[in-house]
Design a protein around this ligand. Structure first.
Ligand SMILES: *Cc1c(COP(=O)(O)O)cnc(C)c1O
Length: 385
């Protein structure tokens, strides 16, 4: 069993594992490393005219350039005219799109069940006189609030509820009304979903999660196909200065070489854990888009190549959830997701998401799936006592 729907198909002549391993590598240069090391530079030697490509470290860095190429090759393989920009974090990337595209008097549609920092963003947008409308991710509810909007922001699968909406359908409806479309692709990763191919104008993500997968760096990116819109995003990065350090950018690029291996393993583990939770004698309301019985499965299997490494479910009480987390031995109680070491948390502890007290978000790592399933089942059993 694997968590992959159509994930093994070859693209652009080679398989996606090959593409991930080689993504963004420069032409080989004799006596130089395959992936050049991080370039630490605030400024570059610049006699004469002040033109690029490398002038000042807040604008450009060769280590970013390699990483941006790598991400672009995975998000939009074989597409011309697509630009990628890397950021210091996922929130820096998200903010760069929203605040560079929207003006006072514009309207934007955000998910009501999206990433927990979106309400903070909402308050800031409203403080600038931007109208913010929200709709839940399930059932394409955004369609009802699109009229007159400048930008539609989609998060699918949503975090942490794992609902899915139809990107192609929503993008067509938004474009028909003259709105731009951005998709938060954090949970799926570019090997799980390619929003630009589904009609989105921007694919935006936190690279902090499964893209880099080791829980040791923060990173974000924006991929876009509209040159004018991307020029505004680039300008935003320059004026806000939310740039990644060269070391983080290089570590991220190194990690992308193993992205396909990690998503194959982690997503297969997530499916195994989701099936075990589904078959448990208590009804845990397990959500995983890769489960045939999941309400998200139909749309997910149309637009996703893989279903992610996150499984969510609900224990009857907060106390039971805390006992369950304590009883786990192979799963750390920690936030975030997508790392090679499994993590889980009682999401209600943050107060930001509209989830029950016993709601658990579990991120499946690269451990042996059978060991994880055994650990989860044992912790369920022990915590029931
Ligand atoms: C983590 C996350 C973000 C924010 O990313 P940071 O790198 O933490 O700034 C945005 N969207 C989603 C879906 C996330 O999971």
């Amino acid at each position: 069993m694997s968590g992959s729907a159509r994930g093994t198909s070859a693209e652009g002549g080679v398989g996606e594992g090959t593409r991930a391993v080689r993504a963004g590598l420069p032409e080989p240069v004799k006596h130089e490393p395959t992936l050049p090391g991080p370039v630490f530079a605030a400024h570059y030697h610049l006699p004469g005219e002040s033109t690029g490509p490398y002038t000042y470290g807040r604008d450009e860095n060769p280590t970013w350039t390699h990483l941006e190429r790598a991400i672009g090759e995975l998000e939009a393989p074989g597409r011309d005219g697509v630009e990628t920009l890397v950021f210091a974090s996922g929130m820096a990337a998200i903010s760069s799109v929203l605040f560079s595209q929207l003006r006072t008097g514009d309207a934007v549609v955000l998910p009501s069940d999206g990433y927990q920092a979106l309400p903070l963003v909402r308050a800031q947008l409203e403080a600038y006189g931007i109208e913010v409308r929200t709709a839940p991710t399930a059932g394409d509810a955004q369609l009802d609030v699109l009229d007159g909007a400048k930008l539609l922001w989609i998060e699918t699968p949503s975090n942490p509820g794992l609902d899915v909406c139809d990107i192609r359908r929503l993008a067509e409806a938004a474009h028909a009304r003259g709105a731009l479309v951005a998709v938060d692709n954090t949970l799926a990763t570019p090997l799980g979903q390619r929003p630009l191919e589904l009609g989105a104008d921007f694919s935006v993500a936190s690279g902090t999660k499964q893209l880099t997968g080791h829980g040791d760096i923060l990173l974000g990116y924006v991929v876009g196909r509209d040159a004018a819109a991307m020029a505004a995003v680039r300008r935003w990065r320059k004026i806000v200065g939310a740039i990644p350090g060269p070391m983080e950018a290089w570590l991220a690029h190194r990690s992308i070489a193993t992205l396909q291996l990690r998503v194959e393993r982690q997503n297969a583990g997530a499916l195994a854990v989701a099936e075990a939770l589904r078959d448990w004698h208590e009804d845990l309301g397990v959500r995983y888009p890769g489960l045939m019985s999941d309400p998200s499965h139909k749309i997910a299997s149309q637009q996703m190549h893989r279903f992610g490494c996150v499984v969510s479910f609900t224990l009857p009480t907060r106390a039971r959830a805390d006992r369950f987390l304590d009883a786990l031995r192979l799963v750390d109680d920690a936030t975030s997701f997508g790392g090679v070491r499994s993590t889980a948390e009682r999401r209600g502890r943050w107060g930001g998401d509209a989830v029950p007290e016993g709601f658990i978000r579990l991120s499946v790592g690269a451990e042996d799936p059978k060991d994880l399933v055994a650990d989860v089942l044992r912790a369920l059993d022990e915590s029931a006592q």
